[in-house]
Design a protein around this ligand. Structure first.
Ligand code: NDP
Length: 478
């Protein structure tokens, strides 16, 4: 069984403590052994990053571009093989695994370009004979803590801007999915990333994650994961005065109005709610449907949901892969049980065996629910959607906004007036019109409001807000 080590100062370092990475489609399939580090490993990684920082911060835009561009190119060339690894360790379908790897490639290529496009501002002072120059500098050493649900895209969309803007990185991937992060580390190293600029320490959040967040040598922390862990990290970073960026959960609404095109609404909700096994922070979990279209919409969505093929992630016929692990599956099943008490009716949601040792669950639709139920307040993070009936647009909008989260919000309508109004009044960082709430571009900002996000946006040019710090210089030329 192949052993995988941590990358520190350009060296592959074993910290012992090899953990098995198992395939959720069939847990008898062991993907590899991964060495889990500890606080001492984080000390070494941060020391390496600090040592590498002055040279990388001063490196030419061309040097940074070349590393990122080659990394992106290699990811694209190896997308099939890496996508297969991703599907094996996370459980999303092979098409989704390859698609996500291509997304990571595009992210690296985008930020290769951004490395060349950095610019400042030159402006006259309000005082005579003085020029004012505004420039951006790297933040320093950044700690990146990533979840299991996008095991290559999220490490990519944090690492690429960090490196493009001259920072050094210590990455801790999710305990459940170290494989894809290890591949990124290998490719960055092969692509000429200088020693210590990018460091990988695998391990548990409670040890490695905590050590990164509290380390005095880490200047900023970017985190994606649960709201509870995010809150804890924000409090620690606030106390230590570290820059922090959090992307957390969602309870994303999809409003379907009477005038919606039914096939568009059904396919958008099918995709947004169930694809990637519902394990997306942007998944549509509250389907808010107005009275006139309600019955036809529910009938068609239930029919198409029941026809979805759940199976092994690597089977080309599979549309919904397994849940990521037994703990998440049990949590989903508990929510289905809760829905049996709260909702008028539950369709699907049962555990499936499929003759394999995998964590399979049938997608679930909860009918006749109201927005105050726990199933509509808490993030489930599984293939489950609730139907909430609304009398009309204003009520649907109010229900959509009545949540502690604010990541993505969607509307299906043929009314330009309703779509325009929703775009303006939806309390979410991202709004989708006649599109699933999940599925975003890589060159524009990603993030939300309220309990979903904290700090500057990720992705696109807006990533510079987090990964750089602004300097204002005054020059007297008299
Ligand atoms: P966590 O928030 O616990 O994990 C996210 C990352 O943070 C992981 O790398 C984790 O490490 C790490 N971490 C955990 N505790 C700490 C800590 N004290 N300090 C620093 N880092 C830490 O989420 P889970 O993976 O446990 O998933 C639980 C729930 O979170 C899901 O059911 C879902 O609702 C939500 N979630 C939301 C995501 C999103 O995209 N918004 C993504 C993933 C989960 P480790 O690998 O050891 O757990």
């Amino acid at each position: 069984m192949k052993k995988h080590d941590n990358l520190i100062a350009g060296q592959w370092v074993s910290h012992g403590n090899y953990q098995e990475n198992r395939n959720p489609s069939d847990i008898s399939d062991v993907i590899g052994l991964y060495s889990y580090g500890d606080a001492a490993a984080v000390d070494d990684a941060v020391a390496a990053a600090r040592e590498a920082l002055p040279a990388w911060a001063a490196a030419t835009p061309q040097a940074r571009h070349d590393v990122l561009e080659k990394t992106g190119r290699t990811l694209a060339e190896r997308a099939e093989e890496i996508g297969r690894l991703l599907s094996r360790e996370e459980g999303k379908t092979l098409a989704e695994g390859i698609g996500e790897t291509m997304r990571a490639a595009q992210v690296f290529k985008f930020f290769a370009g951004e490395a060349l496009r950095q610019a400042g501002e030159l402006t006259p002072s309000v005082r005579p004979e003085i020029d004012v120059e505004i420039t951006r500098e790297p933040v320093g050493v950044v700690g990146l803590i990533t979840p299991w649900n996008f095991p290559i895209a999220i490490p990519a969309w944090k690492t690429a801007p960090a490196l493009a803007y001259g920072n050094c990185v210590v990455l801790k991937p999710a305990d459940l999915t170290p494989g894809c992060a290890h591949v990124i580390a290998e490719i960055l190293q092969e692509s000429g990333c200088p020693d210590g600029v990018f460091n990988l320490v695998m391990g548990r959040g409670s040890t490695v994650g905590e050590a990164i967040v509290t380390h005095p040598g880490v200047d900023a922390v970017s985190f994606t994961g649960s709201a509870a862990t995010g809150q804890h990290i924000a409090e620690t970073c606030g106390r230590l005065r570290k820059k922090v960026q959090l992307e957390m959960g969602g309870k994303n609404p999809m409003v379907v109005l009477d005038d919606a095109d039914l096939p568009t609404a059904v396919s958008g909700c099918l995709n947004g709610t169930f694809f990637s096994t519902g394990q997306r922070c942007t998944a549509s979990s509250r389907l808010i449907v107005t009275e006139g279209i309600h019955d036809a919409f529910v009938e068609e969505l239930a029919k198409q949901m029941l026809a979805l093929k759940v199976g092994d992630a690597l089977d080309p016929a599979t549309q919904i892969g397994p849940v990521v692990d037994g703990k998440q599956l049990q949590s989903n099943l508990d929510y289905v049980e809760l829905a049996r008490q709260e909702a008028h009716e539950v369709i699907g949601g049962e555990r499936l065996s499929l003759g394999k040792q995998g964590f399979y669950q049938a997608p679930a639709l909860f009918l006749g629910t109201s927005n105050d139920m726990r199933i509509n307040r808490e993030e489930i993070f599984g293939p489950c959607g609730s139907i909430i009936k609304a009398s009309g647009y204003e009520e649907a909008l109010a229900v959509a906004n009545d949540t502690e989260f604010g990541l993505s919000a969607g509307i299906c309508t043929t009314s330009l007036k309703a779509a325009r109004d929703f775009r303006r009044r939806a309390e979410a960082g991202m709004v989708m019109v006649n599109l699933p709430t999940a599925g975003v571009d890589y060159h524009v900002p990603f993030g939300g409001r309220k309990a979903s996000s904290f700090g500057p946006r990720e992705q696109g040019r807006y990533a510079a807000e987090f990964y750089t710090t602004v300097k204002t210089s005054y020059v007297f030329a008299g």
